[in-house]
Ligand binder design. Structure first.
Ligand code: HEM
Length: 240
């Protein structure tokens, strides 16, 4: 027990935790297990948020009127803080329009296209019989582009998220059901804090106007999304 406490006290990161700690049966994870889980955490926990941020910056460069509204919202929050005062949870709740913009960016460019489910019973869908046990891939792109739920689906329109009552399971950037992304609130925090700081400090323009998006599991700009940053005068920046 004492040894366990000593071990726990030196664990400061997830890699050390996976190397040092045994499961309830006393078994340690092997190298392959650890590597697989770390890659999953890096892609799932980091690349998703950075992809969403890239998409938001792309759309803000393309739609100056949307940038202006985000800037206004974020500048009001910045102005309500004292010099050097960090952002807090209440500030995040005020970022309503900014979050609608992030949602619309993730609707059109979901960081994760979809994942798998296993059919736990036989069922019919769209005339196809799906046998129990089959693996099924659900896809956010097709769901997010269904005009029944998102009229004029190719249009970038953050106001869709101002209306109440999205049909359940139609907007699924974080998945849905019991395996829904457990990092979604943290992801929201990372994206909004970044947006707050970048918008309060800069406006920007795309340097490759028609840059393509390629899919490297997550949507990725083909040229690395070069931008020209234009600093605002009197920029205000807050950490969290
Ligand atoms: C914008 C940011 C993010 C997006 C769009 C996103 C998206 C997703 C999606 C679509 C799934 C599959 C859900 C399902 O099958 O129903 C998922 C699962 C998961 N995500 Fe995220 N994620 C984000 C951020 C994060 C962060 C920051 C973390 C952790 C620090 C994280 C950890 C996980 C984990 C562990 C799972 C697997 C959950 C399970 O299978 O039970 N995600 N995420």
């Amino acid at each position: 027990m004492e040894l366990m406490n000593k071990r726990e006290s030196v664990i400061r990161d997830i890699l050390s935790h996976m190397i040092i700690m045994a499961d309830s049966a006393g078994m340690f994870a092997n190298d392959l297990d650890i590597a697989t889980k770390l890659i999953g955490l890096l892609v799932g926990g980091h690349d998703t948020s950075s992809s969403a941020i890239t998409s938001v910056m792309k759309f803000l460069a393309e739609y100056p009127h949307v940038y202006d509204r985000v800037f206004k919202e974020q500048r009001e929050i910045a102005n309500s803080k004292r010099e050097g005062e960090p952002l807090n949870w209440e500030d995040l709740q005020k970022m309503k329009y900014s979050w609608n913009v992030v949602c619309e960016a993730m609707r059109l460019r979901p960081p994760i296209a979809g994942t798998f489910r296993e059919a736990i019973t036989h069922f019919c869908y769209a005339g196809f019989r799906i046998p129990k046990g089959w693996k099924i891939y659900w896809n956010a792109y097709t769901t997010h582009k269904d005009p029944k739920y998102f009229p004029d689906p190719d249009k970038f329109d953050p106001s869709r998220f101002e209306k109440d009552g999205l049909t359940p399971f139609t907007f699924v950037p974080f998945g849905g059901g019991p395996r829904m992304c457990p990092g979604r609130e943290y992801g929201r925090l990372v994206i909004l804090v970044f947006l707050h700081n970048v918008v309060n400090k800069f406006s920007w323009e795309k340097l490759v106007p028609n840059e393509k998006t390629i899919s490297l599991v997550i949507p990725t700009p083909s040229e690395g999304f070069p931008i020209g940053l234009k600093p605002h005068e009197n920029a205000m920046v807050h950490e969290v």
